[in-house]
Design a protein around this ligand. Structure first.
Ligand code: ADE
Ligand code: ZN
Length: 326
């Protein structure tokens, strides 16, 4: 069949990935060595063996521990550069990269170190790889509104280096409303707005991400199917859902890929995209997500085209830039 090669070579955009989730175990150990950081796993193999998650929180605990090796600007650059080279190899022409500043600033790493390292990799990607990479700053929703506001304040000198803000980390118990004032300020600053909603949390969180936070895309959103009125609304608004199939299986949102609801979401007329979320932790980069999902759900070239087109259409790139891609 020619489908795998179509999926691998077709131009596409990635709209939902956390750069800290691209940190491969080998790079975690190399950076630990370089920075003199002590890890609580004896080897790359032992660390990888710990990647058996039961839910979102069990993953987040290991993901934040892995990020502890990131200290210097070069560390952030090297992590992002490895991911961006992968984008070029996989025909990802555009990527909108999440980063979690609080994970680093809470350990004493200056905001500037994080964003300058990531920016240097994004600029190199544009000139050396032909990959268009932008940054989206995420607030950790398990932390306070006050901490998010302080992070926004710290980011203002670097406002020109990121295109938008997002909301990630532990969803249940941390509804969108908690960040209403933070997102209102971001909107006033002209930032693009997205939020994780309906990954583990209920459909109500998707409604409130739209109504209260005024987001322009929903990250995950797979639980919307529990609320037919919400599905109607998402379809009518042409709202993007940045779905992450391998992530959803690793975090037990669905037991198997064959049980994933991506096809139902597409059939309901929703603007679905496929994304890798945290590729180093969930078993593959973007093309692996396409390959395994198409196999498990028996999708074909028509769906491939729709998903790739949605990814460019729902990116935050300019219309001129989009015209060059589609
Ligand atoms: N941070 C990194 N990956 C995440 C996910 N899938 N959900 C929430 N927060 C995250
Ligand atoms: Zn995510």
């Amino acid at each position: 069949s020619r489908l795998p090669s179509l999926l691998q070579t077709m131009p596409k955009a990635e709209l939902h990935m956390h750069i800290e989730g691209s940190l491969e175990p080998e790079l975690i150990f190399a950076l630990a060595q370089r920075n003199g950081v002590q890890l609580s796993y004896p080897s790359v193999e032992a660390l990888r063996a710990a990647y058996a998650f039961t839910d979102l929180q069990s993953f987040l605990d290991i993901y934040y521990a892995g990020a502890s090796v990131l200290l210097k600007e070069d560390d952030f650059h090297d992590m992002a550069w490895a991911y961006l080279q992968r984008c070029q190899a996989e025909h990802v022409l555009c990527t909108e990269i999440f980063f979690d500043p609080q994970t680093h600033t809470d350990r004493g790493v200056p905001f500037e170190v994080v964003i300058q390292g990531l920016t240097r990799a994004c600029e190199r990607a544009r000139t050396e790889l032909g990959v268009h990479a932008s940054l989206i700053m995420c607030f950790l929703r398990h932390l306070s509104e006050e901490s998010a506001l302080a992070t926004l304040e710290q980011s203002l000198p670097f406002r020109h280096l990121f295109i938008g803000v997002g909301l990630d980390s532990s969803e249940k118990g941390h509804p969108p409303e908690k960040f209403a004032r933070v997102f209102a300020r971001c909107k006033a600053l002209g930032l693009r707005l997205v939020a994780h909603a309906g990954e583990e949390g209920p459909p109500e969180y998707i409604h409130n991400a739209l109504d209260v936070l005024k987001v322009e895309r929903i990250d995950h959103g797979v639980r919307c199917l529990e609320d037919p009125a919400l599905v109607q609304r998402l379809a009518a608004e042409g709202m993007a859902l940045t779905v992450c199939p391998l992530s959803n299986v690793k975090l037990c949102v669905f037991q198997t890929l064959a049980e994933h609801n991506l096809k139902q979401l597409l059939d309901a007329g929703l603007k679905v995209t496929i994304n890798s979320d945290d590729p180093a932790y969930f078993g593959g980069y973007l093309n692996q997500n396409f390959l395994e999902t198409f196999e498990a759900l028996k999708l074909g070239p028509r769906e491939a085209y729709t998903l790739a087109r949605n990814s460019f259409e729902k990116s935050f790139a300019s219309d001129d830039q989009k015209a060059a891609w589609v």
